[in-house]
Design a protein around this ligand. Structure first.
Ligand SMILES: [Fe+2]
Length: 253
């Protein structure tokens, strides 16, 4: 199956990039999956923005540490094709996995949250992956690795090498140049990059974000406005293995 994974859709520029460009390329892929935890003003996902993404051609959505920032997601997360991180402690709303079908094959999709420089209350992403793979419901497996630290992302890649089809890093909003496929057939990229405006600090307005660093005082978060880009990764998966991985980028004219 051919699929496009769209990197962290961030605020209005991210939504605009998806609206403007995804419909033009949608028929190249059997599935389109997007990380959308930052879609609504940089934090969370509202129903309105969820619908916009779906109408532009997104089939399924992953979240992250901001997944529950807009409380209204609790009203639709269970019913829609959305996965939250699988390693939340037990009892948290939402699905820890999705099984999608396309091109005569099945895809198991889940997300693992890193713990280094993030919320230490999450369960182990390593043991959570073991649990989900023990009851593996599809041959092809795509993992969104939502983590801050590159070494933790690589550790998950090595730990799951040969057991999943692809691991794609999200959260840091800066694309990396290390797309690869291991000898065991697992594709990996440390960070897909942000779908949003790079005329910013990882999607946030420069003035207020910079003030945090210059004053060490809390500042209100404001999403940046500016020229939009869509960053993603094209994957070809077959029989559980990755056959191709290629970063994708579109910039608003
Ligand atoms: Fe995040």
């Amino acid at each position: 199956m051919r699929l496009l994974f769209v990197g962290d859709v961030t605020a209005e520029p991210g939504l605009r990039a998806v609206r403007l460009h995804l419909p033009d390329i949608r028929d190249r892929y059997h599935l389109v999956i997007a990380n959308a935890e930052n879609a609504s003003g940089g934090k969370g996902l509202t129903k309105k923005h969820y619908r916009e993404l779906r109408e532009a051609g997104v089939d399924a959505i992953t979240l992250g540490n901001h997944g529950f920032d807009k409380k209204e997601i609790l009203e639709f997360i269970e019913a829609e094709p959305i996965v939250r991180a699988a390693n939340y402690p037990p009892g948290v709303p939402g699905k820890d996995r999705l099984v999608l079908e396309a091109a005569g094959e099945r895809l198991l999709l889940f997300q693992l949250m890193g713990r280094a420089c993030m919320d230490a209350n999450f369960d182990s992403p390593f043991q959570t992956a073991d649990r989900l793979l023990a009851e593996r419901e599809a041959e092809n497996v795509l993992v969104d690795v939502h983590a801050e630290v590159t070494s933790e992302k690589y550790a998950l890649f090595r730990y799951l090498d040969g057991r999943v089809s692809a691991l794609l890093g999200t959260h840091t909003h800066v694309p990396t140049a290390d797309a690869q496929i291991s000898e065991r057939g697992t594709a990996f990229l440390t960070d897909v990059g942000m779908t949003g405006t790079y005329d910013s600090i990882i999607g946030g307005e420069v003035e207020s974000f910079l003030a945090r660093f210059l004053t060490a005082m809390p500042q209100p978060f404001r999403a940046a406005k500016g020229r939009a880009s869509l960053l993603g990764v094209e994957l070809v998966l077959e029989g559980g293995r990755a056959r191709a991985i290629r970063p994708y980028r579109w910039d608003e004219p």
